[in-house]
Design a protein around this ligand. Sequence first.
Ligand SMILES: Cc1cc2nc3c(=O)[nH]c(=O)nc-3n(C[C@H](O)[C@H](O)[C@H](O)COP(=O)(O)OP(=O)(O)OC[C@H]3O[C@@H](n4cnc5c(N)ncnc54)[C@H](O)[C@@H]3O)c2cc1C
Length: 417
Amino acid sequence: MRFSGWRVLREGLRGNKGWQPHWRDAEPKAEYDAIIIGGGGHGLSTAYYLAKEHGLTNIAVLEKGYLGGGNVGRNTTIVRANYFLDGNSQFYSHSLKLWENLEQELNYNVMLSQRGQLMLCHSDGQRDAYARRGNSIVGQGDDAELLDVEGVRKIAPFLDFENTRFPIYGGLMQRRAGTARHDAVAWGYARGASQRGVDLIQQCEVTGIDVENGVVRGVQTTRGPIRAKKVGIVTAGRSSQVAAMAGLRLPIESHVLQAFVTEGLKPVIDSVISFGMGHFYISQSDKGGLVFGGDLDYYASYAARGNLPAKEHVMEAGMTLMPMIGKAKVLRSWGGIMDMTPDGSPIIDKSPIEGLFLNCGWCYGGFKAVPGSGNSFAHLMATGNHHKPAEKFRLDRFRTGRGLMDEEGTGSQHNLH
Ligand SMILES: Cc1cc2nc3c(=O)[nH]c(=O)nc-3n(C[C@H](O)[C@H](O)[C@H](O)COP(=O)(O)OP(=O)(O)OC[C@H]3O[C@@H](n4cnc5c(N)ncnc54)[C@H](O)[C@@H]3O)c2cc1C
């Protein structure tokens, strides 16, 4: 079934009786050519591209809960391609290009809104660093614009420009950045994969990975054993636990990241805004809520809820940047489990076990990576070769020290990225 304006009209006139489920709720088979563990954004997009671009259709996505119930449905939905370092910049550029055609590709409204992202700077040094970063982004084909104070004021007049401690010096704007509807991305990829024959199996937790003589043979699940020639671990915050089932120790720590949304307000914030002197970022959802977040909770945890000191820290940053936010009432907050690497950049690679592949370490930034990650990971799983845009995301950089991509320059401490 294809979605179109005509279809909406027809269903409206017929009492909406003709809509069908977006995907088949499949039963597990005894054997697949490939299994993807994890039905989040990255797992579903991997399955979609495996089927669409590599013709592999005897595949299953195994999800312990429900599709899209993990971080893909818990994030603040920022999409951008303004990374500085070689490796990251090509990859996120590739991903943003896929975003820009995603609705046509999936025939699904993912509500991509390229409203721009503005990163604020608060010192001469930071402005210089942004100029350098902007040049690098433009140099590799994406857009970036260095704004002075007046340029920022036009976009966001409500900011506290004269803050004694953190006055605003300007900002780096990427106009093609923005937001998308997170659930819709998961549903769109799920629908596209299911239409191409992929089995999407919910309530199916992987409890073991079968390995014989260094080769993966399949998985143990709460719905029985399933054999497979290839297995991809795409379980975000649970990656180190799932990899441990195959005897692997990943360089990943899991941490909670919280987000917040206020009551619905009239349109006030047009773009995504990031505070340069504290970790705080904000946008306004299509329903009117101000959606914002900040730093991790700073201790490793698997709890999908956060603590009060981190909430206070985020609120203080918000008040410093835009005191008007103090008038809005926070409606709810939530947490998600982040798979943090020591350099803050992800891993898309083969594991030391033949047939077992790793896609993890997305830290704060995995939502914007969903299309690119699935596209590149599917290429790796299908062909055995690294996909050019993601070729630098190697696991062994943490052993050799070569090829580390520390965007923040914060060193090898997971919770600082
Ligand atoms: C509060 C918050 C804000 C964020 N904001 C942004 C943002 O603005 N922009 C951005 O780019 N990124 C953002 N992120 C990061 C982004 O959401 C994640 O990096 C990304 O969603 C992770 O990939 P995923 O979608 O595949 O993860 P998930 O949706 O978590 O998918 C992993 C799936 O694996 C399943 N699983 C785990 N263990 C097993 C098992 N044993 N068997 C079967 N299934 C299993 C889980 O149930 C889960 O559904 C944010 C994250 C949070 C929490």
